[in-house]
Ligand binder design. Structure first.
Ligand code: UD1
Length: 430
C-alpha cells in the first residue's frame, strides 16, 4: 500500500499549472454520451475518479479513446446497455450523472446507488424528485436506481437545497425532455456552468446556469462538439493554502481568479498576500497568520471542498478560529489525525473550534477522504519533522501528479511502499 512520507518545514516556492476540474469533467463525460456523434474533450484531468467513470462508460458500450493524457474522444452511439455495472462505479459519487444522461437520451437508466467520499449522509432525493417531475418513474431496489419514462416533459422544479449533483442531473435529463423546464434554487458552482456550456455546445438550449434559476428548452437531438474543461478551483485553492501554510510564495497558473475569490478573501483576511492576474494568482505568506471564522456555503460562498485545508492553516494561526461546516454532516474526520500533530481542535456539532499553535509536529496519519487527505499533506509540509500519511489513494482520486507538483515547488515528499522506504527517506533528508 502506497503512502506519502514528508519532511516539513520547507516553504513552497515557484510556479504550478492547474488542471481541468474533476467535478466538471465527471458531469461532462456523462453528458457527452447524450449524442451519437463523437465528442472531443480537452483538459480532462488524469485522476482516478475520472478514469473510473471512463471505465464505467466503456462497459456500457460507449467508445472512449485517449488522444493524449488530457484529451479524449467519446462516442455514445454504441451504448448497448442502460444498466451500469456496480463494480465500475461503487467508489465514485458522480456515477449518478449516468442517470440523468441515460434517462434523457434513452428514457431509461439503471445505475447502482452512488459511492464516493464518506463525508456524511448524502441523499439523492432531490435528483429523484426532479426526474419524477419530468415524468419518469423512479424506484430504488436491489441497490440500484431504476428510472424510466414513456416521454419526458418539461417541469417547474424547486430544489430544497442548492444541490450541485441534482442541478446537473436534472439539467441533463431536461435537455432532451419535451418542452420547457425551470430549475429554481439551482446550484451556481462553476462546474454547473461548465456542464451547461458543454451541453449548449452540443445544441442544448440552457439559459441561466450560474444563477439560481436555470431555464431549459428541450431539444430532440444533440450533436458533436469539442470542449475544454474549466480549471479546477479546488486544486487551485489547495495549492493556495499550501503556499500560505508553508510560508511560501507560489504563482498558481491556469486558473479563473473569479472562482477563487472566497478563498483569496479568507487568505488576505488572515494576513497572506494574494495577487490576481488574468489567469493566475500568486499567494505569498511571510509573517504570522491571524485567526478568523469560516463557514462553508454553496458557491459563491466558501467551498466545503476547501474546509479541511483552511482548518489546517488556522490551526497554525494566532488565536481561536471557528470553522463551521454547513453542507455535509460528517466532514471533520481528519481532526483526530491533526491532533496527533499537536493541533488544538475541538469539534462541537458542525463547528471546529481551533486554538492556533505555534507549530505542528510530524506524525503518522491516515487519510479519511479526498480533500482531508490534501489537507493532511499541507499540515505535514508545514510541520516540524517527518510525517507518514497512509491511504493516499483517496488523494489520487482528485489531484493529478500531486507529489510531483509539490516537489517542483521544493517540497520534500515521496511515495513509499513500506517501512524500509520510510527509513531510507528519513536517513536521506536527515
Ligand atoms: C458535489 C461535489 C462535491 C462537493 C459538493 C458541494 C461532485 C462530483 N461532487 O457533491 O465535491 O463537496 O458538490 O459543493 O461534483 N442533498 C440532499 N439531497 C439531494 C442532494 C443533496 O439532501 O438529493 C444534500 C447533501 O447531502 C449535502 C448538500 O445537499 O448536504 C449538498 O450536496 P450536493 O451539492 O448535491 O453535493 P454533491 O453533488 O454530492
Amino acid at each position: 500500500m502506497d503512502r506519502y512520507v514528508i519532511k516539513g518545514g520547507t516553504p513552497l516556492v515557484g510556479e504550478i499549472a492547474i488542471g481541468g476540474a474533476k467535478n466538471a469533467a465527471l458531469g461532462i463525460i456523462t453528458a457527452a454520451l447524450m449524442t451519437d456523434e463523437t465528442v472531443t474533450l480537452e483538459n480532462i484531468p488524469d485522476v482516478s475518479d475520472v478514469n473510473a467513470l471512463l471505465g464505467a462508460v466503456s462497459t456500457i458500450g460507449a467508445s472512449v479513446s485517449r488522444i493524449d493524457r488530457h484529451t479524449i474522444k467519446i462516442n455514445g452511439s454504441t451504448i448497448g446497455d442502460i444498466k451500469v455495472d456496480y463494480d465500475c462505479i461503487k467508489k465514485i459519487r458522480a456515477s449518478y450523472y449516468l442517470l440523468g444522461a441515460l434517462l434523457g437520451k434513452y428514457k431509461k437508466a439503471e445505475v447502482p446507488l452512488p459511492g464516493g467520499c464518506n463525508i456524511g449522509s448524502r441523499p439523492i432525493d432531490q435528483h429523484i424528485k426532479g426526474f419524477k417531475a419530468l415524468g419518469a418513474d423512479v424506484e430504488i431496489k436491489y441497490g440500484s436506481i431504476f428510472a424510466s419514462a414513456e416521454n419526458l416533459h418539461g417541469a417547474h422544479i424547486f430544489l430544497d437545497m442548492a444541490s450541485v449533483g441534482a442541478t446537473i442531473n436534472i439539467m441533463m435529463a431536461a435537455t432532451m425532455a419535451r418542452g420547457n423546464t425551470i430549475i429554481e434554487n439551482a446550484a451556481r458552482e462553476p462546474h454547473v456552468v461548465d456542464v451547461a456550456s458543454f451541453l449548449n455546445s452540443m445544441g442544448a438550449n440552457i439559459k441561466g446556469a450560474g444563477t439560481e434559476i436555470i431555464r431549459i428548452k428541450g431539444v430532440e437531438k444533440l450533436h458533436k462538439s469539442t470542449y475544454s474543461i474549466v480549471p479546477d478551483m479546488i486544486e487551485a485553492g489547495t495549492f493556495m493554502v499550501a503556499a500560505a501554510a508553508t510560508k511560501g510564495d507560489v504563482l498558481i497558473k491556469n486558473v479563473i481568479p473569479k472562482h477563487l475569490e472566497a478563498i483569496s478573501a479568507k487568505l488576505e483576511e488572515i494576513g497572506c498576500e494574494v495577487e490576481e492576474f488574468d489567469d493566475s494568482v500568486r499567494v505569498c505568506s511571510k509573517g504570522y497568520l491571524a485567526r478568523t471564522n469560516v463557514k462553508t456555503l454553496p458557491y459563491p460562498g466558501y467551498p466545503t471542498d476547501m474546509q479541511p485545508q483552511i482548518a489546517v492553516l488556522l490551526s497554525m494561526a494566532r488565536g481561536t478560529s471557528v470553522v463551521t461546516e454547513s453542507i455535509f454532516d460528517n466532514r471533520f474526520k481528519y481532526v483526530d489525525e491533526l491532533t496527533k500533530m499537536g493541533a488544538k481542535i475541538k469539534v462541537e456539532s458542525n463547528s471546529a473550534i481551533i486554538d492556533g499553535v505555534e507549530m505542528l509536529t510530524g506524525a503518522r496519519m491516515t487519510v479519511p477522504d479526498l480533500r482531508a487527505g490534501a489537507a493532511l499533506v499541507i499540515a505535514a509540509l508545514s510541520a516540524d519533522g517527518i510525517s507518514v500519511i497512509d491511504e493516499i489513494g483517496y488523494i489520487l482520486r482528485g489531484y493529478e501528479d500531486f507529489e510531483m507538483k509539490l516537489k517542483n515547488l521544493g517540497a520534500e515528499i515521496e511515495t513509499v511502499g513500506d517501512e524500509k522506504d520510510i527509513k531510507k527517506f528519513s536517513l536521506r533528508v536527515g
